[in-house]
Design a protein around this ligand. Structure first.
Ligand code: HEC
Ligand code: HEC
Length: 312
């Protein structure tokens, strides 16, 4: 199985190790403090909700990344300027700073590199760098603040930098599961604990681990069964052009997962039940009972953290 070379997953399966014994170490709580430059983050916050970043002034980052809810939208695939549909599901911006790269295929190395993407994407904000720089340069609300923080003034780099500083504040610490990891073992119910045990023993944790319970590796979607005829993108292959990377995607974070339906890069799973059942089938070659799925979902709901104060 080729994909085994790429990560610890193969190792786990090949050696037949019992994941439960050491899996607790594989998930880490989110740090309570998110380091970011406060002035730049405040500027980035205004930019994040500013529709001037789109071609016709109708769409802001917030349109597809609703911060009052899961940091995503509730569409299978996002709609941008003029209601045009994209082809891919919007991931959450919460805790994105802790992902190994940005986008489903990891084509942006970090938040700053990601930020200009949606502005010029024809099915998202459909604008141009020149037009956005020009519009913001005429806006008295921004002129002084940019000048104070960035000697080079308003450019796509400084816009992206401020957006990224804001996004670095978008973390959701103190999920009940994080308290559990920090030693408060009575905070989870029996059912939630059993769900976590299943998450480990059935193998979910092989791919969904680390601080974001995901976000730290690329894996094929469709390991034990072909998902192929339904793919609408080649995934990681788009970036690396290596045949073996076809249909590999960044494993998504499972934090706040109860708030970001629908699921998968194509938005095809409408509910968590559906997503978990399909994961077991495609990724692990198993069928889970209804009761097992319910327990795993009870565990997944303990991954919902606190919203950052600056967005409430
Ligand atoms: C029209 C909807 C839409 C708008 C507007 C939009 N996004 Fe997104 N965003 C998406 C979609 C869809 C993806 C996934 C695209 C992909 O992976 O190819 C995404 C991905 C991201 C990611 C990557 C998250 C991850 O874990 O991979 C970040 C960060 C992000 N957007 C931030 C922003 C910022 C900042 C803005 C405003 C400048 C913005 N988005 C505007 C729909 C949108
Ligand atoms: C072999 C690696 C692997 C294993 C094992 C695995 N997953 Fe996943 N998981 C993925 C990948 C890759 C995706 C993204 C699929 C896509 O949309 O392209 C994903 C997506 C998900 C999603 C949807 C997330 C979102 O935001 O859309 C959920 C929920 C999920 N997995 C839960 C689980 C559960 C529960 C298990 C165990 C039953 C599990 N996964 C096992 C790799 C894995």
């Amino acid at each position: 199985m080729k994909w085994g070379e790429k990560s610890r997953v193969g190792l786990f399966f090949c050696l037949g190790l019992s994941l439960s014994s050491f899996a607790d170490d594989l998930i880490k709580p989110i740090p309570l403090q998110a380091v970011s430059n406060p002035q730049k983050a405040a500027l980035g916050k205004d930019l994040f909700s500013d529709p001037q970043l789109s071609k016709d002034g109708t769409v802001s980052c917030l349109s597809c990344h609703n911060l009052a809810y899961g940091g995503a939208d509730s569409e299978a695939v996002s709609r941008g300027v003029g209601g045009r549909s994209g082809s891919i599901n919007a991931p959450t911006v919460f805790n994105a700073r802790y992902n190994l790269a940005q986008f489903w295929d990891g084509r942006a190395k970090d938040l700053k590199a990601q930020a200009a993407g949606p502005i010029v994407n024809p099915v998202e904000m459909a604008s141009t760098v020149e037009s956005v720089v020009q519009k913001l340069s005429k806006d008295p609300k921004y002129q002084k603040r940019f000048r104070e923080m960035y000697p080079q003034g308003i450019t796509i780099e400084t816009i992206s930098d401020a957006l990224a500083e804001f996004e670095k504040t978008l973390v959701t610490p103190n999920a009940r599961f994080d308290s559990y990891l920090r030693g408060n073992i009575t905070i989870l119910t029996q059912k939630e604990k059993e769900g976590f045990e299943l998450f480990k023993s059935r193998g979910c944790i092989a791919c969904h681990n680390g601080m974001n319970i995901g976000g730290n590796m690329y894996q094929r979607f469709g390991v034990f069964a072909q998902y192929k005829d339904r793919y609408n993108t080649l995934g990681r292959f788009n970036v690396t052009k290596q045949g073996e990377d076809k249909y590999y995607f960044k494993v998504p974070s499972l934090r706040n997962i109860e708030k970001t339906a629908p699921y998968f890069h194509d938005g095809s799973a409408k509910t968590l039940e559906d997503a978990v059942q399909k994961m077991a089938y495609y990724q692990l070659g198993r069928k889970l009972s209804k009761e097992e799925i319910e327990k795993i979902i009870a565990f997944l709901r303990t991954l919902t953290g606190e919203l950052p104060k600056n967005v409430l």
